[in-house]
Design a protein around this ligand. Structure first.
Ligand code: KIV
Ligand code: ZN
Length: 507
């Protein structure tokens, strides 16, 4: 069995998904979870792109130690310098340098001849090699590049010191057989190719990302890049959890394995979905809500007789536990702390106290607190930015009826510690609430997206709201969960504005 290295780019390419905007604390928590999940390489960001990204990469490099941390760099010295500085405390750092190699990118985007692209790539790999033992070089838009040209540039960047060659299907254009053939071509035509890991990086524009990743490993790739839940630029990247589980389930067919800890899959997916606000569709492979549900009578009957009739993946394999009803009104601090440990969280005493208080207040309204509810409480507490002055909800009141124009009163404590109360109206109750918040905020805010979902099932399930907004022209997202839908909507909006304040302080 040959190992396949997993290169996770959830925090870089994944974060490029439209509307996704993670703050430093969220990135750090995700990095810790990705380390627990067992990814081999973690692309923490693009340090030269902003001060915030630089700081996030730096913090991740200082914190996670069981994974090789990398940062993205264009083929320019200043980007490589930013990676060097951000990754200086990483245990096993690497730089990821890319330059486009397709005729259309070279001509229109880079305005360079193929010879100039070779020269720049070689020069920058040599430059990166001065600071990093591991240098990954990516041929952006490889799948639309001329194969003999690609072979020539690859040979030269390997001679210059590259240790990984990545051949992305940047625009998700290629078909599995073609993509596989490109890897085979390089294996057959690049004399020094055995010195490096060959890597694939597939986008999902035509729904081929996973199939293309398999075609790549069938033809010599030893590293697969992708993102959790398949998030990423446009239609996203290959979903790493799908790749790893497929490889595990079909180990009778493929002589490959990954080092991922598969029973951390669901938790990793949930965390990514919660932090990014990108809800996982119910029918999504491996981690969707319905992935293990059997609806038709024939299927249910078969599963009862022998689960293998219709179930190829057990929920336990990916860390889905059906019996997750856990705590209630009478659960004490001890049971709560035990459960938190069981869920894999390590919280400092002050945060633990805060979490217990939030749990207790939830049990006032909800009889059974599930793992999902705890997950919502804990992720909010873990990524709380309350050390920065922010808006806080004191109370609210909404009037709404079939013959009434909805009217909302909200009282907030502002970042300057003043208590402000306003009342306004709107076409619906959420609009009335948001108009009222707009009247209180000093910042100029515009809502661009609103999504409501429930955490778990049942009438007393928590409501979760994700919003996208612009705050003084900057895109941010916000989330809030509460027993009441309208309260969750208010909390999400306030959270978005607070995140913008936090981001401004951090940048
Ligand atoms: O899709 C792509 O080509 C990329 C590169 C930067 C590796 O994300
Ligand atoms: Zn990409």
């Amino acid at each position: 069995m040959t190992p396949i290295k997993i290169f996770d780019t959830t925090l870089r390419d994944g974060e490029q998904s439209p509307g996704v905007n993670l703050n430093q604390l969220e990135k750090l928590e995700l990095a810790k979870q990705l380390e627990r999940f067992g990814v081999d390489i973690l692309e923490a960001g693009f340090p030269a792109s902003s001060k915030g990204d630089f700081e996030a990469v730096k913090k991740i490099a200082e914190t996670v130690k069981d994974v090789s941390v990398t940062g993205l760099a264009r083929a320019v010295k200043s980007d490589i310098d930013a990676c060097r500085d951000a990754l200086k405390d990483a245990t096993n750092p690497r730089v990821h340098i890319f330059i486009a190699t397709s005729p259309i990118h070279m001509k229109y985007k880079l305005n360079k001849t193929p010879e100039e692209v070779i020269e720049t790539a070689v020069e920058m790999v040599k430059y990166g090699k001065q600071f990093f033992d591991h240098v990954e070089w990516s041929a952006e838009d490889a799948s639309r590049s001329d194969l003999p040209f690609l072979a020539e540039i690859i040979e030269k960047v390997i001679d210059a010191g590259a240790t990984v060659i990545n051949l992305p299907d940047t625009v998700g254009y290629t078909m599995p057989r073609e993509y596989g053939a490109m890897f085979k071509y390089m294996k057959d035509n690049v004399p020094n190719i055995e010195q490096v890991d060959l890597s694939c990086h597939c986008h999902n524009d035509l729904g081929m990302a996973l199939a293309n990743s398999f075609a790549a490993i069938e033809n010599g790739a030893t590293q697969v890049e992708g993102a959790i839940n398949g998030i990423g630029e446009r239609a996203g990247n290959a979903a790493l959890e799908e790749f790893a589980v497929a490889l595990q389930i079909r180990n009778d067919y493929y002589p490959f394995y990954t080092n991922l800890i598969l029973n951390e899959t669901k938790r990793t997916s949930d965390m990514v979905s919660k932090f990014t606000g990108m809800t996982v569709p119910g029918n999504k492979a491996v981690v969707g809500r319905n992935a293990f549900a059997h609806e038709s009578g024939i299927h249910q009957d078969g599963v009862l007789k022998n689960a293998e009739t219709y179930e190829i993946i057990t929920p336990e394999l990916v860390g889905v536990h059906s019996n997750n009803l856990v705590l209630g009104k009478h659960s004490g601090r001890h049971a709560f702390t035990d459960k938190i440990k069981q869920l894999g969280y390590q919280l400092p005493e002050a945060k633990l106290k805060e979490a217990f208080k939030a749990f207790k207040s939830l049990t006032d309204h909800k009889k059974e607190v599930t793992d999902d509810d705890l997950f919502a409480i804990l992720t909010d507490i873990q990524t709380d930015t309350s050390n920065v002055k922010r808006y806080q909800l004191d109370h609210f009141f909404v009037q709404y009826g079939s013959n009434h124009q909805p009217e909302a009163t909200i009282s907030l404590t502002t970042p300057s510690s003043q208590s402000v109360e306003k009342t306004t109206t709107g076409a619906g109750s959420v609009e009335a609430l948001y108009h009222t918040l707009d009247a209180i905020f000093v910042e100029e805010t515009h809502l661009t997206d609103f999504q409501l979902s429930s955490i778990g099932q049942g009438r007393d399930a928590l409501a979760e709201v994700h919003v996208s907004l612009t705050v003084d022209g900057h895109h941010v997202s916000g989330r809030g969960s509460a027993q009441d839908v309208l309260e969750a909507a208010i909390l999400a909006y306030i959270n978005g504005v607070n995140r913008a304040i936090y981001q401004k302080k951090a940048s």
